[in-house]
Ligand binder design. Structure first.
Ligand SMILES: [Zn+2]
Length: 503
């Protein structure tokens, strides 16, 4: 019997240090079409290549896009907290991709995606409690309990950072002696070099030499496998899984090497198996998870258990693409001159992929072309620029979201209300940027020589200090205050916006 959701598809993407893989995935996790590109350390380049592959794979039946990202990912918030070789923490990956593709995007740690795939179609089928290590350039981890990904606060399951030697090699996480430093592919290369073997010795050659009684090869395999056994034992003690899976490019080899370092104590007995889906696991899991996030829990297709979906589905992000079913929305970044609102508004626009309208962006070209006038002329231009902003918003597709950077107190409140009504803005969200008057004066003074003629000069400073004392937010809709004397916490701002803009 064909269920309606069986026709739906997703695009799964797996971002690796060497390759970027993408595939169109059926509702049951079959790969329908696949593409691959070289990876790169530059996140913008990676984003561009992904967007390109998405365009090639897209189809009417594709309902969502899933992306597996190496590193620490907060899947619920759709944020990359820190990456590895490709550090995507600096780009608003989910929002940008969603904006480019016009379809919902779900992101998660790449090992979580791989484990979802192994549960649906691979070695973990039929198991409820699984621990997975992915062994490649580094070591990734994922934990499933009662068929749900264990997330903790956000990033649980970083099994590559189980400590196996407190005096060991420095690790990228800031500690020493994590299992990633002893038992990853990179670490294997180090063990080989230290043993005086050539850099081109493969892991298969090590096994062959070992079988022939070569003590050096045996020593290398032991140095690689024994700490991994210790890490697996620790994971078994912590999670009591039915099964430990070894995935990633070196999963099979690690499984073979572990046979030489068995779990000895009774407490640590647990089956350890190699993963089955190889390089396909990442794209399959990403596709399945994207579909699970779209489907209501009761409609999740069979491979991913319905129990999985409440945990794997991240909260729906406020969409970066226009939603014709609703009115326009505006994030009002408010504050008096020199309050730091342009930094804040640019940061929000960049992270969310929303267009930014700043009063000065519109006003300054006119000042340049027409030449600076007096204060009154400057104010007139300000009013016209304000009106221009809302005229642009009014022409945008229904459902569009804009970031508007202005000192909204420079005009009577009714003027704003009229503009909003005419522009079809249904909801506003205010970010109030503030700092003490003396700080504003200092900032204003420092920028005097960059200001165009027509902007008020040094004479404005006492007025600015007075204004700082009485200026207030609009308090129109939800309000978030930003003290710009401190480092701006964009994670907090963006997290707040996502919360209040839900639905
Ligand atoms: Zn570490």
């Amino acid at each position: 019997m064909v269920k309606p959701q069986d026709s739906s598809m997703a695009i799964g993407i797996d971002i690796g240090g060497t390759n970027l893989r993408a595939a169109r995935i059926s509702g049951t996790g079959e790969i329908l079409r696949r593409l691959s590109e070289k990876s790169a350390p530059d996140p913008e380049l990676v984003l561009g290549r992904i967007a390109d592959m998405v365009r090639q794979l897209d189809a009417r039946e594709v309902t969502a896009i899933g992306v597996g990202v190496p590193g620490r990912v907060d899947a619920r918030r759709g944020a990359v907290l820190s990456g590895g070789y490709v550090d995507l923490a600096s780009v608003a990956l989910a929002q940008r991709l969603e904006g480019m593709a016009g379809k919902p995007v779900v992101i998660d740690n790449d090992c979580n995606m791989a484990l979802i795939a192994e549960m649906a179609r691979g070695a973990a089928k039929g198991h409820d409690n699984i621990v997975m290590f992915t062994i490649g350039t580094g070591i990734g981890g994922a934990v499933v309990q009662q068929r749900r990904i264990v997330r903790g606060k956000a990033t649980a399951g970083q099994l590559g950072h189980i400590g196996v030697d407190v005096n060991g090699e420095p690790c990228i996480c800031g500690r020493r002696g994590c299992v990633e430093t002893t038992s990853s592919g990179t670490a294997l290369g180090r063990h080989i070099a230290r043993a005086g073997l050539g850099p081109d010795v493969s892991v298969d050659q090590l096994f062959a030499r070992d079988a022939g009684g070569d003590a050096v090869a045996r020593g290398v395999l032991d140095a690689w496998a024994r700490p991994l056994r210790a890490a697996i034992d620790t994971a078994v003690a912590m999670f009591a899984p039915d099964l430990v899976l070894l995935g990633g490019g070196l999963g099979q080899a690690a499984h073979r090497a572990l046979a030489r370092a068995p779990a000895l104590a009774a407490w640590y007995q647990c089956p350890v198996e190699p993963a089955q889906l190889g390089d396909d696991a990442g794209v399959i899991g990403a596709g399945l998870q994207a579909m699970a996030a779209q489907a209501p829990a009761s409609q999740v297709s069979p491979p991913v258990s319905p129990q999985v979906s409440p945990q794997v589905s991240p909260v729906s992000l406020p969409s970066a693409r226009p939603r014709p079913d609703r009115g326009r929305r505006a994030v009002l970044v408010n504050g008096i001159p020199a309050s730091g609102k342009s930094t804040v508004s640019r940061g929000i626009a960049e992270r969310m992929g929303w267009p930014l309208m700043a009063l000065d962006t519109i006003k300054n070209p006119f000042l340049e072309v027409l030449g600076g006038g007096d204060r009154e002329f400057n104010r007139t231009l300000g009013r016209a620029s304000y009106q221009a902003i809302w005229s642009v918003v009014a022409e945008a597709p229904a459902g569009s979201i804009f970031v508007v950077d202005a000192w909204f107190g420079f005009q009577p409140r009714q003027v704003l209300e009229d503009h909003l009504r005419r522009a079809g803005v249904e909801e506003t969200f205010e970010i109030w940027c503030h700092a003490p008057g003396e700080v504003l004066a200092e900032r204003y003074r420092a920028r005097l020589d960059q200001r165009l003629p027509g902007h008020p000069g040094a004479a404005y400073i006492p007025e600015l200090i007075e204004l700082a004392k009485r200026a207030e937010p609009l308090r129109r809709g939800p309000l978030f205050e930003v003290d710009t004397t401190r480092a701006v916490d964009f994670e907090a701002i963006v997290g707040w916006l996502r919360g209040v803009m839900q639905g």
